[in-house]
Design a protein. Structure first.
Length: 83
């Protein structure tokens, strides 16, 4: 897993059960260690996490696409002592 994957999971974990929309997560990651991160790179990282069942996309009741960490993602961070 790359630092982008780990930082994405940490950010999603901090967001709690409500998760984050892609644009908010992208802005947060750019403020941190990923200043030159482009949206396609962020989307690919999130899809990679979803393929491993560490994060999941969902649509809020108001129709906003969001991402959230899964229980497996929280467990992975805890096992590594991150987040």
């Amino acid at each position: 897993m790359t630092t982008l994957h780990i930082d994405s999971l940490v950010a999603l974990g901090a967001a709690g059960d409500f998760g984050l929309p892609l644009d908010t997560l992208l802005a947060d990651l750019r403020r941190g260690r990923h200043r030159s991160l482009a949206q396609p790179q962020c989307e690919k990282a999130l899809r990679d996490l979803a393929d491993r069942s560490l994060a999941a996309p969902y649509e809020s009741e108001l129709g906003v696409a969001r991402w959230r960490i899964t229980a497996r993602g929280r467990s992975a961070l805890a096992e590594e002592g991150v987040g």
